[in-house]
Ligand binder design. Structure first.
Ligand code: ZN
Length: 120
């Protein structure tokens, strides 16, 4: 799931472009190019992913600021500057990770699909 691959066959890509290319960052395939698994099982499927990523990012942001400020000893302003930089760089990756994670949570791995995908 960290590689943004299909939940069912673990081989097809979820997204047509690379995470750090910043080219069409939010465009996602509707179906797996390898095994034809449906990436949109129901309308609004990814609201859960948005909700989850919101909660986790709040924790991670707090964690980063605390680390920079208290552990490394940077000033608060500098810590927030670094935080902003980190958020900008990882924003697309994070968005995609949330979707990938959610899909893997809801849809299990299916070995028979992996076998089919290998043949393609
Ligand atoms: Zn697949």
């Amino acid at each position: 799931m960290f590689k943004h691959k299909c939940a069912e066959c673990h081989q097809g890509d979820l997204f047509p472009t690379g995470s750090f290319s910043f080219n069409k960052p939010f465009e996602m395939y509707e179906r797996c190019p390898k095994c034809n698994a449906n990436y949109y099982p129901e309308p609004g499927f990814y609201y859960g992913a948005m909700f989850m990523s919101y909660i986790f990012s709040a924790f991670i942001i707090l964690g980063i600021v605390m680390l920079l400020h208290w552990v490394i000893g940077l000033s608060l302003a500098t810590s927030f500057f670094w935080l902003l930089l980190i958020v900008v760089v990882f924003f697309v990756w994070w968005f995609r990770f949330a979707r990938s994670f959610w899909l893997n949570l809801m849809v299990g791995f299916r070995p028979e699909k992996a076998a089919i995908a290998k043949g393609n």
